[in-house]
Write a protein that binds this ligand. Structure first.
Ligand SMILES: Cc1ncc(COP(=O)(O)O)c(C=O)c1O
Length: 400
């Protein structure tokens, strides 16, 4: 079967809830992926930052196979010998007391919402069923029915209601005055991405996260930080909120937590918050499985061993600097932090993305005019040079 055969079969028998590029990937290694026709591409999306460690990282693969031979799933009805090691590692790396494991990012966000509400009723003593969590415009936190109700993107929410709109008041991302105006006596939490990923790598103004942290402290509100895409090195820090030296009350992680091997996500918090949820009140059959825990532990070790956070910081600066040498009337802005770059055009980005695909570089357009470059953090300077050459060539093709 060639690419066209696979695409036809997929479109015939699979739901059409995505609009993928017509590239059918068969294998991948490091920063490179290969399609079924044998063409090789440099991956500048890294599965939306889930493969920060690079595709099929050999050390994570080894642990994955080794653990799969022993025991993959026990359910949380029994304990396993891997999960405590992951808990301890996350505690040591982040300083939070505890971790609650789930699978997808959206589940982890749901978990954070539940924790925040439970804390609000048990500790802050809000009246039952009145807790509000303030969110930001342009947010992306996942696709569950509660979460899409927090979105202002019609593609996310339209046709999937009803929603409890008052439960998630929305403020303007980056605007502390607007945020303050949305606070009521029933505000339990403020949930933001430290940098909006799906929104197009939108970096808020300096002082915004610090401002949220201060407001939360003053008003006895929890600061919930969604680091699912921004975290674990992508932004050039272990967490993007480190740029403002703040400590959110709840940090939500996922994606690169498994290096792309399986869905692993979860929530970090201190005991005062985490222990408000009691046995039997939340969980997941697969969350915290021995396979997930073993893989996540190794994925975290790889981030440390290979110095991926600093690499992201240094090489991200290098990538941006090189991109800024490309002169074109259609480039509006190049922004981002670490190896996470929003390349903003004044026209549709999809044609650029398709041309880049022809040139052997895979990336993704978002919000019509933005291309996101987010390669695995193991990328080298030479590979960035190679990418920038292709990007420059394609940009100039559209200048003609
Ligand atoms: C910031 C953020 N939160 C949550 C999610 C949802 O994660 P998942 O697709 O694993 O449910 C994403 C996915 O892109 C994300 O970027």
């Amino acid at each position: 079967m060639n690419s066209q055969d696979f695409i036809k079969m997929e479109d015939e028998y699979g739901a059409h809830n995505y609009h993928p590029l017509d590239v059918v990937i068969k294998e991948a290694n490091g920063v490179w992926v290969t399609d079924v026709d044998g063409k090789k591409y440099l991956d500048c999306l890294a599965a939306y930052s889930a493969v920060n460690q690079g595709h099929c990282h050999p050390k994570i693969l080894e642990v994955f196979i080794e653990q799969a031979h022993k025991v993959t799933l026990t359910s949380r009805a029994f304990r396993n010998d891997q999960l405590p090691l992951l808990y301890k590692k996350l505690h040591d790396m982040t300083g939070y007391d505890m971790f609650l494991p789930m699978n997808s990012g959206a589940e982890a966000v749901e978990t954070a919402i539940k924790l925040c509400r439970r804390w609000a009723y048990d500790v802050k003593k809000l009246p039952e069923n009145k807790a509000e969590i303030i969110v930001a415009d342009g947010n992306f936190h996942g696709r569950t029915t509660t979460i899409v109700g927090m979105s202002d993107d019609p593609d996310s929410y339209k046709g999937f209601g009803p929603y409890v709109e008052w439960a998630f008041p929305m403020h303007k991302f980056g605007d502390l005055e607007d945020l303050k105006s949305k606070i009521t006596p029933n505000t339990a939490g403020i949930l933001v991405e430290p940098i909006q990923g799906e929104g197009g790598v939108v970096v808020p103004p300096d002082g915004y996260l610090k401002g949220i942290a201060d407001i939360c402290k003053e008003r006895n509100i929890l600061f919930l930080c969604d680091e699912i895409q921004a975290g674990l090195g992508r932004s050039g820090k272990l967490f993007a909120h480190y740029y403002e030296n703040v400590r959110p009350d709840i940090v939500i992680i996922g994606k690169a937590l498994s290096g792309g091997f399986l869905p692993v996500s979860g929530v970090l918090a201190d005991k005062e918050i985490m222990l408000t949820i009691k046995p039997g009140e939340h969980g997941s059959t697969f969350g915290g499985s021995p396979l997930a825990a073993a893989v996540a532990l190794k994925a975290l070790e790889v981030i440390e061993e290979e110095n991926l956070v600093q690499r992201s910081f240094d090489l991200g600066a290098y990538f941006v600097e090189k991109l800024r040498t490309i002169k074109s009337p259609h480039i509006k802005q190049i922004r981002g932090k670490g190896l996470w770059i929003g390349f903003v055009l004044d026209q549709k980005a999809r044609p650029y993305v398709l041309k880049l695909q022809e040139e052997g570089l895979l990336c993704k357009d978002t919000h019509e005019t933005i291309i996101r470059f987010a390669p695995p953090l193991i990328i080298t300077k030479e590979q960035i040079d190679w990418a920038v050459e292709r990007i420059e060539k394609v940009v100039h093709e559209f200048d003609k």
